[in-house]
Ligand binder design. Structure first.
Ligand code: PNS
Length: 163
């Protein structure tokens, strides 16, 4: 069996930055399982079903990607899916503290699971799901920041007319 990574997140919604990490993760791993955390602490804009639909559509041209959801501890999901590593993206130094804390906690919970970090591509360094939602809420153009399906669903959510 090849190497498998779990790329976990809220994906509320998926951005071009996420897609970039997944695409580059596929050069290191035979399979990347993109997993939405069902019990996330943030209150999401999109339902799990909406987020799954956007992930599937955005990643349909990437062989080796699987989309799933998980409830409870990430390390338990990684074991269940017989994966080898957790994949996470880092944008700026500001991401580091939270990511470092999470990686150490996950290692404490299961020392066999490694966390692998990839630096986000320069083009996407300023992008986050939150900032895209903020722009879209007031009718801003997000077409260079997120997949088409995401931009469309954001317009529908906020009642912004199609361009
Ligand atoms: O996209 P996000 O919101 O930064 O993703 C955070 C996520 C979902 C990866 C993280 O909150 C998580 O793994 N949640 C599941 C519970 C868990 O195992 N937490 C880490 C150890 S306490």
């Amino acid at each position: 069996m090849g190497k498998i990574a779990v790329y976990p997140g809220s994906f509320d919604p998926i951005t071009n930055g996420h897609c970039d990490i997944i695409r580059r993760g596929l050069r290191l791993f035979d399979k990347v399982i993109v997993a939405i955390a069902v019990n996330g602490t943030k209150s999401p804009l999109f339902t799990i079903e909406e987020r799954l639909e956007m992930l599937r559509e955005s990643l349909k041209d990437m062989p080796g990607v699987e989309v799933d959801t998980f409830d409870g501890l990430l390390v338990d999901f990684v074991v269940k899916r017989q994966a080898d590593a957790i994949l996470r993206g880092l944008r700026a130094v500001s991401d580091f503290e939270y990511e470092f804390q999470m990686a150490l906690m996950n290692r404490k919970l299961n020392k066999k699971i490694q966390t692998v970090f990839l630096m986000t591509g320069l083009r996407w360094i300023y992008i986050s799901s939150s900032i895209i939602k903020e722009a879209a809420r007031f009718g801003g153009d997000t077409s260079d920041m997120a997949p088409d399906i995401v931009c469309k669903r954001l317009r529908q959510k906020f009642g912004v007319p199609e361009p």
